[in-house]
Design a protein around this ligand. Sequence first.
Ligand code: ADP
Length: 307
Amino acid sequence: MKIGIVGAGMVGSAAGFALVMQGIASEIVLIDLDEKRARAEAEDIAHAVPFASSAVVRAGGYDDLHGAWVVILACGVGQKPGETRLQLLGRNAEVFRSVVGQVLPAAPEAILLVASNPVDIMGQITARIAGLAPGRVIGSGTILDTARFRWLLSRHLGIAPGSVHGYVLGEHGDSEVLAWSNARAGSVPLASFAAQVGAPITEDVRARIDKGVRRAAYTIIEGKGATWYGIGAGLARICRAIGGDEQAVLSVSVPGDVLGVQDVALSLPRVVGAAGVTATLWPELDEAETEGLRASAELLKGLVEAV
Ligand code: ADP
């Protein structure tokens, strides 16, 4: 599968690395305004290829995207001193307008996978700009928050993360909702499994895991400036679902109506395959989670309308 990556910063490059190490991509084209950076990242990633796969990795221009199945959008500009979040969003919307306008003529069949933050807003803006069929513009959303949730639960329960089923829903950000009430381990409700293995989910455990998921990015940014490996692997996971037409259920962000809020992009469990997102599953939530999700939808709706 040929994959384009626009934005060869830390996130775009980590995605490229994860894609070659897992043998998901046969060809990767890295594009960046900073061409020297794109060439350097492409060469560095290419040197990992002999250890894992046989992918072709190179830097290129938009014309080189021809035939790409997926184009990851990980480009963007950073916050200037004194700039508000909304002003930054406006500038990044302009970047995306220019980038999407160049990606689409070169790769009209591609699914656009948006990684730039705030990802729900950028995904919704991209969907509006691109005008592609619904589900063909996907925001990575809470794919990473869900992974963090499963990982922390798996550590507590002493089982593999892949045996934990639970989702983080809503915004990829502070208003996200950890769907505790329907989380399972194996096929067993979480509380029952936890009691059976002698690792009950006490209020303290729950608070620790909740904080671990919500504060993860802040803690990592404090230590190393930014996060990239986790989201890079999450983007590769979404590409694998598309390339293999897996119909995998992943928490990703696409626009839709949520609890009375019209046309808002946020994450719910969604079916992902070669055509992109083809279905959304409505999770069974308790009252507090439902209200949390509604609040998350309203917050995002307000932001996207402001942009
Ligand atoms: P992150 O940590 O999210 O990866 P970075 O700042 O490391 O953020 O990467 C963003 C990348 O996007 C930078 O390499 C930057 O040069 C690139 N970029 C910014 N604007 C554009 C654009 N219009 N077209 C292509 N690349 C862009």
